[in-house]
Design a binder for this molecule. Structure first.
Ligand SMILES: Cc1ncc(C[n+]2csc(CCOP(=O)(O)OP(=O)(O)O)c2C)c(N)n1
Ligand code: SF4
Length: 297
């Protein structure tokens, strides 16, 4: 009996697709893909009820290599597509995989509202501090002086504090990891998926082809586990940790912040309940417009 149960358990490989990967050998994003497959296997995730949504970029190809359903959307539009999907189908487990350009640059106007609404999504950014797919332009997380192809004298813009931004804008789970430590990435993904609400996991993931400065070795030497006595419910402490990394100190690795508050899906259900279940084609729009006219009671 026990033997049968063990045999039926889906191994990480069962969560991968048979499409051959087209990433450069050694790309950090392989570590994230492996960690995802292992996290899915540990939780024996139901592939029929799981969707991985991505934008455009090297990292955004990730859903192609995975077994569950995938939606390769437009550059910067992974989060709004995932948000719509979650509102229509709250029963689905939805993960969003993006690059730093995809999420913070062209997608930068979608990232705060989804966090603020605390939608129950798990967002994973493969942050390589450059645009890999389009051959090395600076991204919002590139360091000052970074030699992007459109920045011949080096990047002049300050990098964004993306962890601090998540803490400040209402994400209820904020963590950072490093693709050179796939076990740690897996633990963060598992914890993020277990969390009800918006989980943001930033994974520093080297682009071995273009970013010759922030290599596996470089990041390995800069990462430090979040201190054991760090209080993850303390927003200010989480902000301080995120900012210390920006000031050149160790980059925090682990859960910086976690909080509990109603998800957007809970709020939608509550609004529906309060309004009564009137079928959409029977809503009296005239009465609604009359009720909001100036002077209406
Ligand atoms: C609307 C639009 N603008 C620009 C592009 C070109 N483009 C494709 S991917 C990309 C950036 C990719 O960088 P990132 O999201 O960090 O992912 P990476 O390739 O580094 O994993 C850009 C600018 C596009 N496809 N669509
Ligand atoms: S260009 Fe960089 S990010 Fe893209 S697959 Fe190659 S190593 Fe990975």
């Amino acid at each position: 009996m026990i033997q049968n149960i063990l045999e039926e358990k889906l191994k990480p490989k069962a969560y991968s697709s048979d499409i051959p990967s087209r990433w450069c050998p050694g790309c950090g994003d392989f570590g994230v893909t492996n960690a995802l497959a292992r996290a899915f296997s540990t939780n024996q995730l139901d592939q029929e009820r799981t969707v991985i949504v991505s934008g455009i970029g090297c990292s955004s190809r990730l859903p192609l290599w995975m077994g569950p359903y995938g939606f390769h959307t437009l550059h910067g539009r992974a989060l709004p597509v995932a948000a719509g999907m979650k509102i229509a189908h709250p029963e689905l487990d939805i993960l969003v995989t993006m690059g730093d350009g995809d999420c913070f640059s062209i997608g930068g106007n979608h990232y705060p509202p989804v966090m603020r609404r605390n939608m129950d999504l798990t967002a994973i950014v493969m942050d390589n501090h450059t645009y890999g797919l389009t051959k090395n332009q600076c991204s919002p997380t590139s360091q000052v002086g970074y030699p992007g192809t459109l920045s011949p004298v080096g990047n002049v813009d300050e990098p964004m504090n993306v962890l601090g931004l998540a803490v400040a804008n209402g994400a209820t789970f904020v963590a950072q990891s490093f693709s050179g430590k796939p076990k740690h990435v897996m633990q963060m993904i598992e914890a993020g998926m277990k969390h009800r609400g918006f989980s943001f996991i930033n994974v520093l993931s080297p682009c071995v082809t273009f970013n010759k400065l922030e290599t596996f070795e470089y990041w390995k030497g800069r990462m430090e586990e979040v201190p054991e006595d760090h209080d993850t419910s303390d927003k200010i402490a989480a902000w301080k940790l995120s900012e210390q990394g920006m000031q050149g100190d160790a980059l925090p690795m682990g859960i910086l912040y976690q909080a509990t508050r109603p998800t957007y899906e809970d709020q939608v259900a509550m609004v529906k309940e309060k309004m009564g279940s009137v079928p959409a084609d029977q809503v009296d729009m005239e009465a609604i417009f009359d009720s909001i006219k100036p002077g209406a009671k």
